[in-house]
Design a protein around this ligand. Structure first.
Ligand code: FPP
Length: 246
């Protein structure tokens, strides 16, 4: 580690968990087999980052564009989300984790929405790591939603147009009570953000790896953290300024 790199682990990690389908196909198995394996890896990943002292872990479980997948895959994913919540809520609650969902949950079945509400309610007061699950989430939607909330506050006379600033705006975004992500991870080889947390990623460190999500084991997770520790975060300043201020 150099004198100017990150000494502490990131406070907020967000992940695009990509590659389940390809992992299954490589094994000549249906895509859903990859998603099932993906859930197991997700469980271990939650454990890993909670143990690493991360305060917020935000996972992209289902994008607003994922509805365009074949009907049977979408239906399998919905079943898998339901089963995963039923299976892991109590366990994660006992470990003191808080679970929250971001995205347009109204699009999900009433039963899944109820399970989501129940999981959030059970774990709401927990002191441990917050696990944010982005489900039917899109970064554009998030920003438009924040604009709509702000416009409503102006219409209601709560604030004036001149008072609108970055802080007022971001208060209407998902994850408004969390610090912005320090580290973004995407598995599966693609180098893009895919409409994930667009506003929140302004100063985030990016880490892309070719490993497919079901193969993202503790070693790979540690490699991502190691890469983060090598980064110098400058926030617009020069490297020399950062070194002087420590
Ligand atoms: C990416 O692989 C995964 C998804 C689109 C969503 C499903 C995620 C899981 C099942 C793991 C997390 C589960 C929970 C409950 C939070 P892909 O299908 O895009 O893979 P491909 O790029 O190889 O086709």
């Amino acid at each position: 580690m150099t004198s100017h790199s990150q000494a502490s682990n990131p406070g907020h990690v967000c992940i695009i968990m990509d590659g389940n389908g390809r992992w299954a196909r490589k094994k000549l198995m249906p895509r859903n087999y990859g998603h099932r394996k993906g859930v197991e890896v997700t469980r271990r990943c939650v454990e890993f980052f909670a143990t690493a002292g991360v305060d917020h872990l935000t996972l992209f479980a289902f994008s607003s564009e994922n509805w365009n997948r074949p009907e049977d895959e979408v239906s399998n994913l919905m079943t898998l989300f339901m089963q995963s919540l039923q299976r892991y809520t109590d366990e994660l609650h006992e470990q003191g984790l808080r679970i929250r969902f971001i995205g347009q949950r109204e699009a999900f079945s009433r039963k899944l929405q109820q399970q989501i509400e129940q999981t959030e309610a059970i774990t709401d007061a927990n002191p441990g790591m917050t696990l944010n699950i982005a489900a039917n989430y899109g970064g554009h939607w998030d920003i438009v939603n924040a604009a709509r909330r702000l416009a409503q506050r102006v219409c209601d006379g709560v604030i004036g147009v001149d008072e609108i600033d970055e802080q007022q705006f971001s208060a209407g975004l998902s994850l408004d009570d969390a610090p912005n992500p320090d580290l973004f991870i995407r598995t599966g080889g693609e180098r893009r953000i895919s409409n994930f947390l667009l506003w929140q990623l302004a100063y985030t460190e990016f880490y892309f790896c070719d490993c497919l999500w079901p193969d993202f084991d503790a070693r790979e997770m540690q490699l991502a953290l190691d890469a983060y520790h090598q980064r110098q975060r400058r926030y617009g300043k020069t490297g020399e300024q950062i070194e002087v201020s420590g």
